[in-house]
Design a protein around this ligand. Structure first.
Ligand SMILES: Cc1cc2nc3c(=O)[nH]c(=O)nc-3n(C[C@H](O)[C@H](O)[C@H](O)COP(=O)(O)OP(=O)(O)OC[C@H]3O[C@@H](n4cnc5c(N)ncnc54)[C@H](O)[C@@H]3O)c2cc1C
Length: 496
């Protein structure tokens, strides 16, 4: 039997139509195009994965399907391993080409891609992977990186011609056999506490930020309550590719000249840059998902303490600002950068726990992006040996960034009657004051599980004495060489 020759566009963390290189180039060739997405059980059950992520993906796909229905086609959605899907498709069709974006994912997606690359090589399938935002694969040197980032951002976006498609209608029998079980109902249901996925939402958030909300960006960026409106909130849309970094950059530049607060927009643009900068680091050294970037820190043991971890996770540490952040994160999937850094600092320094336990945060952040997450965790945990050691004082941050205790009271209702004078340090209340304000410490709200001053000092002493050791300095040099002045002979992560 002669098998029909086809091309496949494989959607991954790029759930959009606008500025989508794989779609664009798939349209330039003459074979019928099959659109697919795979919800992969192995990835969905990994330690960094949560229902909230897949709900966001589901919502994004739903919006895309509505648009494709107008073109009388669809994305064929599988609840199955991608490699399994490709193998079975290849039994029925001659796959000539696969178009996708490069994925800067975790170890699982990396290994899956290597397996698929082997399969393609054996089967004579050409797999064309396109650059993801400003991240360059097999980069030899960071020297020209800034320039290359800017020129990528300024390139003409890849826009498809909606009238010129030749889509493949997949054999229904095959689809039914392959598509797998229905997705969990929690994934298919809406939860209004979280940002909704989809290209239209991405543009809505970006548009309202650039037209109005950015005015207070720099003022509100560190405030846990005000940042929820004052920051762009585009992070999940970038993480799941509902919008490309190039479109964000170009649309921002269009607004820059007429902006009422150019400084805010400049700060915002720097952060777009950081997004790709961190992802580039991870792309160049993906072992940082599991190992200290600076190997000398392997000699700094931290004993796992389940009780402390559990109190932190549940927002029951007795430090109101930390607990409010954790409960807010569980309920909404978002807190701002400063508070993320602070809860990590509390975990790794005050509780003296290993950053590798923080897959919990990957699960909680709706915008989880491995390429930002792991380098940020390591930097905040002080195990790179090249960044300043930042040990946050949560009490100081509480006074500075939630002065009236509005954020704390939103997330810790048990403290709602406490006046501002005690909200940051409720343990300073006398027994009588506890009675008056109806909070019994140790019963309604915990006493602090650690002493902030004492644990900060211990952590500072250990971290700085470690930092001065020869082994940390030596390893630090290697880290600098790799990520700042990467020389041409240093190996990057290779995929073929
Ligand atoms: C421990 C830790 C883990 C983090 N994990 C993630 C993650 O998994 N995914 C993620 O998108 N961001 C992560 N960040 C970075 C940052 O906190 C979020 O990008 C930001 O809070 C998202 O909100 P926003 O879209 O309103 O940001 P804005 O302030 O409006 O910034 C716009 C965009 O710039 C990028 N950006 C902003 N700050 C940073 C930063 N410090 N590093 C890299 N890119 C940045 C993001 O894409 C963001 O959407 C992490 C930070 C820390 C400290």
């Amino acid at each position: 039997m002669i098998k029909e020759e086809i091309a496949v566009v494989w959607f991954k963390r790029d759930l959009r139509f606008t500025d989508h290189a794989p779609l664009y180039y798939a349209q330039q060739q003459f074979l019928p195009v099959l659109l697919i997405y795979c919800f992969e059980p192995s990835i969905m059950s990994a330690h960094d994965s949560d229902i909230r992520h897949w709900r966001f993906v589901y919502q994004s796909l739903k919006e895309m399907q509505a648009k494709l229905a107008e073109l009388k086609t669809e994305i064929y959605i599988f609840h199955n391993e991608a490699n399994e899907v490709f193998k079975k498709l290849a039994d029925s069709y001659t796959i000539k080409l696969i178009f996708s974006h490069q994925e800067i994912g975790n170890r699982l997606t990396y290994d899956r891609d290597i397996e698929l690359a082997k399969f393609c090589k054996l089967g004579g399938i050409k797999w064309r992977e396109y650059q993801h935002n400003g991240v360059i694969r097999k980069l030899n040197s960071r020297k020209e990186w800034e320039k290359r980032w800017k020129s990528t951002m300024e390139e003409t976006p890849k826009i498809v011609d909606e009238t010129k498609w030749n889509f493949l209608e997949l054999n229904r029998g095959l689809y039914n056999d392959l598509k797998g079980e229905e997705l969990n109902s929690e994934i298919r249901s809406h939860d209004k506490s979280f940002q909704s996925g989809g290209e239209s939402y991405a543009w809505r958030y970006l548009d309202s930020f650039l037209k109005e909300r950015h005015v207070n960006y720099s003022k509100f960026i560190s405030k846990p309550a005000a940042s929820r409106k004052g920051c762009s909130r585009i992070s999940p849309y970038l993480s799941y590719g509902n919008i490309s970094m190039r479109m964000v950059y170009q649309y921002t530049m269009q607004h820059y000249t007429k902006s009422l607060n150019k400084r805010s927009l400049s700060n915002f643009i720097s952060r777009l840059h950081w997004h790709c900068h961190f992802m580039q680091k991870f792309e160049d050294e993906c072992r940082m998902e599991f190992e200290n970037v600076n190997r000398a820190y392997d000699m700094m043991p931290k004993e796992r303490n389940e009780e402390l971890i559990s109190a932190w996770k549940l927002g029951q540490t007795g430090i109101p600002i930390v607990d409010a952040c954790m409960r807010c994160l569980v309920a909404t999937g978002y807190i701002n950068f400063r508070m993320r850094a602070m809860i990590v600092s509390f975990f790794v320094y005050n509780l003296w726990q290993d950053w590798r336990e923080l897959h919990i945060l990957a699960r909680l952040f709706l915008d989880y992006e491995p390429g930002i997450h792991y380098p940020q965790l390591q930097m905040q945990a002080g195990v790179t040996g090249i960044n300043t050691i930042r040990i946050y004082n949560p009490i100081k941050n509480s006074y500075e960034h939630d002065a009236e205790g509005i954020f704390i009271k939103t997330w810790l209702p048990e403290l709602k009657n406490i006046p501002v004078s005690f909200i940051h340090e409720p343990w300073t209340m006398s027994a009588l004051e506890q009675e008056i304000y109806q909070v019994r410490l140790g019963l309604d709200y915990p006493m602090p599980i650690i002493d902030i001053e004492e644990t900060n000092k211990t952590a500072r002493d250990i971290m700085w004495s470690f930092r001065k050791t020869e082994s940390v300095k030596l390893e630090g040099k290697k880290v600098l060489e790799k990520h700042v002045n990467m020389s041409s002979d240093l190996k990057t992560r290779k995929k073929s």
